[in-house]
Design a protein around this ligand. Structure first.
Ligand SMILES: C[S@@+](CC[C@H](N)C(=O)[O-])C[C@H]1O[C@@H](n2cnc3c(N)ncnc32)[C@H](O)[C@@H]1O
Length: 239
């Protein structure tokens, strides 16, 4: 979509409250005795809702965000951290330099569902998978029939102030989401009805030795989500 009036405002209107996942990530990224990592790569930083947390934890951050207007909003919001060298904002995983040791790769808040399919998401994680960097991502199980996607052709809408969200079920089982700000389309993306196990299968297809664990669960309104950890298996112990 070329004309994007104010995606940052639109995403803020539907943002997940930080209390849902902030404490989970804080716990995963720190040890009781201090820091566990020195750097974070965040795939899909959005408005910087969680980027603020990584900075607060004194981590060096590379925020990947492919939406131009959201990148501009991130650059404005975190100008001081960029100036001090703590944060870099980049468009794409292709722009990443080799990952430093003690980096953690994060793809929070359903970022996996923004990719055309689970294999494409796994491919975006490749810089971390290929170096054995720990990855955390979280997804809502939208395959749950109780809170699943609209059936093909069905439109559901909700409005918050000047923002409207339209979710349109598609024939291929996906749903297109369009956010409007003052009646103008502000952001559009596709949600996939993949259960986490499809994502996990794709991850292990890209790197067969990866081990995927569910490490935390939370709730966003009434919808449960799970945080997964992908790690290189520990070296097998000799008998
Ligand atoms: C649900 S938002 C998550 C935002 C943020 N991590 C949070 O927790 O609030 C997903 C973001 O991922 C971005 N995104 C999707 N695919 C991407 C890709 N291939 N590379 C970089 N960013 C991507 C979208 O533009 C969107 O801003």
């Amino acid at each position: 979509m070329s004309e994007v009036p104010d995606p940052a405002a639109a995403t803020d209107a539907f943002a997940r409250p930080i209390e849902c996942d902030g404490p989970l990530y804080r716990q995963l990224l720190t040890r009781p005795d201090g820091r566990r990592y020195s750097a974070v790569v965040e795939l899909g930083a959005g408005t910087g809702r969680l980027t603020a947390l990584w900075l607060e934890l004194s981590l060096t951050v590379i925020a990947l965000e492919h939406n131009l207007r959201l990148r501009a909003a991130l650059e404005q919001r975190f100008a001081d951290a960029i100036a001090s060298g703590q944060l870099a904002v980049l468009p794409d995983v292709a722009d990443l330099s080799p990952l430093a040791p003690d980096t953690v790769f994060l793809a929070p808040y359903n970022v996996a569902y923004y990719f055309p399919n689970p294999v494409a998401f796994a491919a975006a994680c490749q810089p971390a998978l290929s170096t054995g960097t720990t990855i955390y991502f979280d997804v809502t199980d939208v395959a749950d029939p109780r809170d699943g996607l609209p059936i093909p052709g069905r439109l559901t809408s909700r409005t918050v102030g000047a923002f409207r969200e339209d979710v349109i079920g598609q024939d291929n089982g996906t749903a297109t989401v369009v956010w409007h700000h003052h009646g103008q389309p502000a952001m559009q993306f596709v949600i996939h009805p993949h259960a986490p196990r499809d994502l996990l299968r794709a991850i292990t297809a890209v790197r067969p030795t990866s081990v995927v664990h569910r490490v935390a669960t939370g709730r966003d309104d009434d919808t449960p989500f799970s945080v997964f950890e992908i790690a290189r298996p520990s070296t097998p112990r000799l008998p």
